[in-house]
Ligand binder design. Structure first.
Ligand SMILES: Cc1cc2nc3c(=O)[nH]c(=O)nc-3n(C[C@H](O)[C@H](O)[C@H](O)COP(=O)(O)OP(=O)(O)OC[C@H]3O[C@@H](n4cnc5c(N)ncnc54)[C@H](O)[C@@H]3O)c2cc1C
Length: 493
C-alpha cells in the first residue's frame, strides 16, 4: 500500500529501481517463521547466494524462543520423545534430499522390518489392517478377503469397485464421497476414515480428494477400478508393493536422534545472526520496490523480498492491510488443533504384544484418540531397555475439548480400554499444537489458485507453509525451497 510521502511504486526513497538499489549492496531478504518451511527456505537461499557469489542480508524472524515450529524432540529418562512429527514419507524426496545435503545421511532410520503392520480399533479391541491396504482400497486380494476389520457385507460392497463404472466428472469431490461411491460406507467408516485421520487429522466429509490424494482419482480415470489399479501397480513394482523411489528406504523414515536434529543442523548452517528468535512479525507494508516488515518489538526491517513461511491464518493476519481479499482467502483455510501424549511404560506393564506400529481409531468408536503409535516398536532407540514408548494422538473436535481438560488422563483411560494398560507410566509428556494442521477442504485447489493470482500482483512477496501445497514435512521442505528459488529468480544474473 503506497502511503502519503512514500516513493512511487517500483522506486525506493532515492527514486531508484529494484535493480539499481540492489546493485551496490546485499540482497535483503526477510523470512518469517522458523518452522521446517522457513528454515529450509533460509538455507536454500544462502546456498544459492553462495553458489552465485552474491552478498545476502538475511533475517529469519521467529516468534517463539526456539526454532522448529511443530518439530520438537525431547529426551527424558532414556526415552526419545517427538512432540510433533515423528517421521516422514520417503517417496516424496525433498526432506530426504535435505537431510543428505546437510550431512545427516547416517541419521536416517527406516521402520522396523519385522512388524510392518497397523491395527484398527473395533468394538473395544483391535483388528489388523489388511496387508497391502492402501488408505482406501486393498492392493492385495487374499488378505482383504480374510480381514476381520470389515464385515462380510462390508467386504462384498468394497469389492463392487471391481465392476463399478467411473464416477461423474466433477471439479472436486470429498474423500468420503469418493470412498463411499467406490467401496461403500463401511470401508469408509472402518478403514479409510481412521487411516486418513491419522495423517490429516481431518474430516473426510470435507477433505478434498484432488488436494490430498489425487492419485486415487487418477487411478479411477486410468483403470476405472481403484483395486485393479493398485493390484496392477503392485505387480509392476514387484512383490514388495513399493515404488522404485522407495527401494532404499521403508515408506516412512526418521532420524536416529529425532527430527529436532534436522532443525538444529539447519539453524547452525545459516549465516551468523540471521536467525532471530522472539521476533513476532505483526504486519507488512509496501515500501518502494520492496517491503517494510514490522515486528512486535517495534523494529521495521526493510526488505527486497519477504517470504511468509507460516500457517495460512498467521499469513492472513500479517497481510490484512496489504490485500484484504488475499488475507481473507488465507484465513478461510481451516486449521485443526493436534495433541500428542507420549507415555513410557515398563514393557511388562503393557499386556498387548505390540506386534505392529500402532493403531488408528474410527470416529464410529466415539473416542478422543485418533491414533496411537507404538513408537519404540516402529523405530529403535525410542525407549530404554525393558520399556516401551506409546504416542497417542488427539485431534478433531476432541482436541478442542481436551485442550482445556486433561489430555493425558483421556489418553491413559483409552489405552487402558484398548491395550489393557493399567499401570502408571514411567514418563508422560503432552504437547498441544493449536491450529497447527491445515485441512484441505473441497475447493482447496481453487482457493490456492485464487491466492496465487492475487500474490502475482505483489512482487517480492512469497508464501509457503503447510496451508497451501501439502502438510507433510517433505511438502513443507519443497515449499520453502521453492520460495527460495522464486526469490533468487528475481535477482539479476
Ligand atoms: C502433532 C503433529 C504431528 C505431525 N506428524 C507428521 C508426521 O509424522 N510426518 C509429517 O510429514 N508431517 C507431520 N505433521 C505435519 C508437519 O509436521 C507440519 O505440517 C510442518 O512441520 C509445518 O511446518 P511449517 O514450518 O510450515 O510450520 P510450523 O512448524 O507451524 O512453523 C511456523 C513457525 O512460524 C512461527 N510464527 C507464527 N506466527 C509468526 C509471526 N507472526 N511472526 C514470526 N513467527 C511466527 C511459529 O512460532 C512457528 O515456529 C505433523 C504435525 C503435527 C502438528
Amino acid at each position: 500500500m503506497t502511503q502519503a510521502g512514500a516513493p512511487p511504486p517500483g522506486r525506493n526513497e532515492e527514486g531508484r529501481s529494484r535493480e539499481e538499489a540492489l546493485a551496490g549492496r546485499g540482497r535483503r531478504v526477510v523470512i518469517v517463521g522458523a518452522g521446517i518451511t522457513g528454515l529450509a527456505c533460509a538455507w536454500r537461499l544462502s546456498e544459492v547466494a553462495r553458489e552465485r557469489a552474491l552478498s545476502l542480508d538475511l533475517a529469519l524472524l521467529e516468534a517463539a524462543e526456539r526454532p522448529g515450529g511443530v518439530i520438537a524432540t525431547e529426551r527424558s529418562d532414556g526415552f526419545l520423545i517427538e512432540g510433533g512429527p515423528d517421521n516422514f514419507i520417503s517417496e516424496k524426496p525433498w526432506a530426504l534430499d535435505l537431510c543428505r545435503r546437510l550431512g545427516l545421511e547416517d541419521q536416517i532410520l527406516g521402520t522396523n522390518p519385522h512388524c510392518r503392520r497397523s491395527f484398527v480399533a473395533r468394538d473395544g479391541g483391535m483388528k489388523p489392517v489388511p496387508e497391502g491396504y492402501q488408505l482406501m482400497a486393498p492392493s492385495r486380494i487374499l488378505p482383504f478377503v480374510a480381514t476381520r476389520a470389515l464385515s462380510l457385507r462390508g467386504k462384498a460392497r468394497a469389492a463392487c469397485d471391481l465392476v463399478l463404472p467411473r464416477g461423474p466428472q466433477v471439479p472436486d469431490e470429498s474423500l468420503a464421497s469418493f470412498v463411499t461411491r467406490r467401496f461403500g460406507r463401511e470401508a469408509l467408516e472402518r478403514l479409510a476414515q481412521p487411516l486418513i485421520a491419522g495423517i490429516y487429522h481431518a474430516d473426510p466429509e470435507r477433505l478434498s480428494l484432488r488436494a490430498t490424494f489425487p492419485r486415487f482419482l487418477e487411478m479411477e480415470r486410468a483403470h476405472r477400478s481403484v483395486i485393479l489399479a493398485l493390484v496392477r501397480g503392485r505387480r509392476r513394482s514387484g512383490a514388495s508393493g513399493r515404488g522404485v523411489s522407495g527401494a532404499r528406504y521403508s515408506l516412512f523414515v526418521t532420524l536416529r536422534d529425532g527430527l529436532q536434529i534436522l532443525v538444529d543442523r539447519l539453524a547452525a548452517r545459516l549465516p551468523p545472526g540471521a536467525l532471530r528468535l522472539g521476533e513476532r512479525v505483526m504486519s507488512l507494508e509496501r515500501r518502494g520496490p520492496g517491503w517494510l516488515v514490522a515486528t512486535q518489538t517495534g523494529d521495521r526491517l526493510p526488505a527486497d523480498a519477504v517470504v511468509l513461511a507460516l500457517p495460512a491464518h498467521a499469513i492472513g493476519s500479517i497481510l490484512r492491510d496489504v490485500d484484504a481479499g488475499l488475507a481473507a482467502h488465507l484465513k478461510a483455510i481451516p486449521y485443526g488443533t493436534s495433541i500428542t501424549v507420549s507415555l513410557g511404560y515398563r514393557r511388562a506393564d503393557v499386556p498387548h504384544p505390540l506386534d505392529g506400529f500402532g493403531f488408528v481409531v474410527p470416529r464410529a468408536e466415539k473416542r478422543a484418540l485418533v491414533a496411537c503409535s507404538f513408537s519404540s516398536v516402529k523405530y529403535p532407540g525410542r525407549a530404554p531397555e525393558g520399556a516401551v514408548l506409546l504416542r497417542a494422538f488427539i485431534a478433531g473436535p476432541a482436541a478442542g475439548a481436551a485442550e482445556t481438560a486433561t489430555p493425558e488422563r483421556r489418553a491413559r483411560d483409552e489405552l487402558r480400554d484398548i491395550l489393557g494398560v493399567t499401570a502408571p507410566p514411567l514418563c508422560a509428556r503432552t504437547w498441544v499444537w493449536p491450529r497447527s494442521m491445515a485441512q484441505y477442504d473441497v475447493g482447496h485447489l481453487e482457493r490456492v489458485a485464487g491466492i496465487d493470482a492475487r500474490l502475482a500482483r505483489l512482487p517480492g512477496l512469497h508464501l509457503a507453509g503447510n496451508g497451501l501445497r501439502g502438510v507433510g514435512v517433505p511438502d513443507c521442505v519443497r515449499g520453502g525451497e521453492a520460495a527460495a528459488e522464486a526469490v533468487a529468480a528475481g535477482w539479476a544474473p
